[in-house]
Design a protein around this ligand. Structure first.
Ligand SMILES: Nc1ncnc2c1ncn2[C@@H]1O[C@H](COP(=O)(O)OP(=O)(O)OP(=O)(O)O)[C@@H](O)[C@H]1O
Length: 708
């Protein structure tokens, strides 16, 4: 990676006037901002993960958050990046409280490099630019920004390389990491958070990346904060500030150059000629709770005089000795200094007006830089504050602020992206081989069975063939979705957490883009099988088109079922179990295997889409009274039986010369196809729509984007 890597897109390096104009419009040329967090405490299910964490990340500087595994590094970044809700976490960016709106100035590079594997690097970044950059920006401008990022990240060689996954090789680990960073730099954030950006990289690549981040911070004046596990010596000294965590508390806050002398003062001398100071401090913190507690206590004392990293007095005093700040105390740090107010009468209107009534007077909330207070009241204040923020916004304003692009823009971009990504999944060579192979086998097994006049046995066999091909394509379609949907979840989760688009845009775009893709293989399967088996299309072309349409409907209905099952379970294994259960039930009730269900169960057959699909197939196949020749003996059909008593037969036997034919209605009745054709169509369309809608509702209600 070159030294220029990661330079801001706003450095005036773009030769193209349009892009520069845009950059100068102020949208992309935002300066770095100070990120200040004070007394962050965070717990999950009663487990304290962060406790009184403070710090300040400055523009043009890089802060490294270090600590042993499980010390809370990622959690700290998740809190600051808004990936987890934390009612008691107060932070400011550029002096303003960190809210949903101001947090948009922060970009968060996750530890995992989560992308759609079949898109190329260029496609990935261009789609991200379309979704995340303002809609008013010309596409040419967005492309140029992407091209510049690619160039600055020294990735020109791999613009056309797919991202890749375990199955298909694509970008290398280091390239993926850079792609991940480029993806976040697109929006030119004021603050860049990175969770373990060097994990999985070899030492020289990790060092190059650190240098690049440092240069990015210095040259573009941006604020960079990153977690890191075990930096090399050279990397360690690139950082401006080290925030060392131990079990969720601060064990050291300061510069890397001071760390060795500080630890020596604490009785932990480091032979820097043989020991990497980064490894050393981690080893000391990990060596035992006594050493760590000692360091934390000392760091707490130092924090009393470190404005960048303030501490709550009760933390210094230690909980065992009793809190210095009473339950009702609120400490307000104002421009004029820190003031402590006792016995506040916090009521909603005061909070809304920004007035905190105290025994000593009023403190204006608007003047506050930061409020640290009793956790129980924190919730009250947060709730009230957030309701004030939201009430200030009209719905339209809120939508505009919430999403960088309109619904239609999201829909069109996501549809194209989903189509490109989906085509590799739905139309892979393996899937073609499987579909064509099975179609050829079934075609051979039922070879020309339907040509000309057929026997009663052949009619039965054709019923079996039609049922088989319906079930086969439905299973295929369902399992495609089951495999694809959960694997997309991580990408969609990440993008939705970043506020890139609405769930509805994603869902509708997926439906639109995958519809044509899902039709290709069933159509091929149907064409091969149908003509090899010599079915009724030879006699009546409409029979073929009807059967094909029927196949398409049941295939899409199965796709909808797959989406519903995936949304209900959201992982492949659970989805597989539920899908197999539902499909086997539908199959058994579909009418082919059992024609005399127990009366108390017979209503259940009407829930099976296979019943409707197969019935429609039978309608198209047996559309003539002169196709199936009666058995001369042991016929299954009443109309083929000889007339009783030689008189007029009420069951009009159909004959042509001496050959007797089975009435088409009797074939349908024998197969249990007792549902009118139009009801079959309505039932299939209803299944298709119902499961799609249910899938959306489940996603909306139960699968909000989450942090793993
Ligand atoms: N949602 C959660 N539920 C329960 N425990 C959690 C949750 N999130 C984090 N933790 C716990 O909090 C602690 C800190 O986790 P975190 O991922 O922040 O550590 P870390 O320092 O980033 O670790 P690593 O370096 O291994 O990534 C761990 O003990 C973890 O198990």
């Amino acid at each position: 990676m070159t030294d220029e890597v990661l330079l801001s897109t706003t450095e005036g390096q773009r030769p193209d006037q349009k892009a520069s104009d845009f950059a100068h419009s102020g949208r992309l040329a935002q300066p770095g901002l100070e990120l200040r967090f004070e007394h962050l405490s965070f717990s999950v299910k009663g487990k304290q993960i962060l406790e009184d964490i403070s710090g300040t990340a400055h523009p043009g500087k890089v802060m490294a958050v270090m600590g042993p595994s499980g010390s809370g590094k990622t959690t700290l970044l998740n809190v600051l990046g808004g990936r987890v809700q934390c009612a008691r976490c107060q932070a400011t960016i550029g002096g303003l409280p960190l809210t949903k709106k101001t947090r948009r100035k922060i970009s968060y590079v996750l530890q995992q490099d989560i992308f759609f594997p079949n898109l190329t690097l260029q496609q990935t970044l261009e789609f991200a630019a379309e979704l995340r950059l303002p809609e008013s920006m010309p596409t040419a401008c967005k492309k140029e920004i992407v091209a510049q990022l690619i160039e600055q990240l020294d990735m020109e060689k791999c613009t056309k390389t797919i991202i890749g996954d375990n199955m298909n090789r694509g970008l290398s680990g280091g390239e993926k990491k850079r792609a991940n960073i480029a993806n976040e730099l697109l929006t030119d954030p004021a603050v860049l958070l990175l969770d373990e950006p060097t994990s999985g990289l070899d030492s020289s690549t990790a060092y190059a990346l650190t240098i690049s981040l440092k240069k990015y911070a210095v040259q573009s004046g941006k604020t960079v904060m990153m977690t890191i596990h075990q930096p090399s010596v050279q990397m360690f000294y690139q950082f401006d500030t080290i925030l060392l965590l131990s079990a969720g508390r601060i064990a050291y806050y300061g510069t890397p150059s001071d760390v060795v002398s500080h630890f020596a003062e604490m009785g932990h001398s480091c032979d820097t000629s043989h020991y990497n100071p980064a490894d050393f401090i981690l080893d000391v913190v990990k060596s035992g709770s006594e050493a760590a507690e000692h360091l934390i206590a000392d760091s707490n004392q130092r924090r009393l005089t470190t404005p960048d990293c303030p501490i709550l007095p009760e933390t210094v005093a230690g909980k065992a000795k009793g809190a210095l700040v009473s339950r009702d105390d609120v400490v307000i740090t104002t421009e004029t200094g820190k003031e402590k107010f006792s016995n506040l009468n916090l009521n909603e209107s005061d909070l809304r007006n920004g007035n905190y009534s105290t025994g000593n007077g009023k403190a204006a909330a608007n003047d506050e830089k930061y409020i640290s207070r009793d956790p129980e009241k924190a919730d009250v204040i947060d709730d009230v504050k957030s309701s004030v923020d939201e009430s200030d916004l009209s719905l339209e304003d809120e939508n505009r602020r919430r999403w960088p692009t309109s619904f239609t823009k999201q829909l069109s971009v996501l549809t194209i992206r989903s189509f490109i990504q989906g085509k590799y999944r739905y139309l892979s060579t393996l899937k073609f081989v499987k579909t064509i192979g099975v179609a050829l086998i079934t075609g051979l097994v039922w070879w020309q069975i339907g040509r000309g006049k057929i026997t009663e046995q052949q009619a039965l066999d054709i019923g079996g063939a039609l049922f088989f091909i319906t079930v086969f394509n439905s299973f295929n379609s369902l399992f495609d979705v089951l495999v694809i949907f959960p694997s997309e979840r991580e990408v969609v989760n990440k993008e939705r957490m970043g506020g890139s688009y609405r769930l509805s845009s994603y869902y509708i775009s997926k439906t639109i883009s995958e519809l044509p893709l899902a039709l290709v293989l069933p159509s091929i399967s149907m064409i091969i099988f149908y003509w090899m088996a010599g079915l009724n299309g030879y006699n009546n072309a409409w029979a073929f088109f009807g059967s094909w349409l029927d196949m398409i409907m049941v295939t899409i209905a199965s796709q909808s079922l797959g989406i519903f099952v995936s949304a209900a379970t959201m992982d492949f294994e659970h989805g597989l179990v539920l899908a197999i259960f539902m499909m086997i039930t539908y199959m058994l009730l579909g009418g082919f295997y059992i024609k005399s269900l127990p009366p108390w169960l017979s209503w259940l057959r009407y829930v099976s889409p296979f019943l409707y699909a197969w019935t429609l197939m039978l309608y198209f196949e047996f559309d003539s009274d002169y196709r199936v020749i009666c058995n001369t003996e042991n016929s299954l059909y009443p109309s083929c039986l000889p007339p009783q008593g030689g008189g007029n037969d009420t069951m009009a036997t159909i004959s042509s010369n001496t050959t007797r034919y089975v009435k088409k209605s009797e074939i349908l009745v024998f197969n249990g196809a007792d549902v009118p054709a139009w009801i079959c169509c309505v039932a299939l369309v209803t299944t298709l729509v119902l499961f799609r809608v249910l899938g959306y509702v489940l996603l909306r209600l139960f699968h909000k984007p989450i942090v793993k």
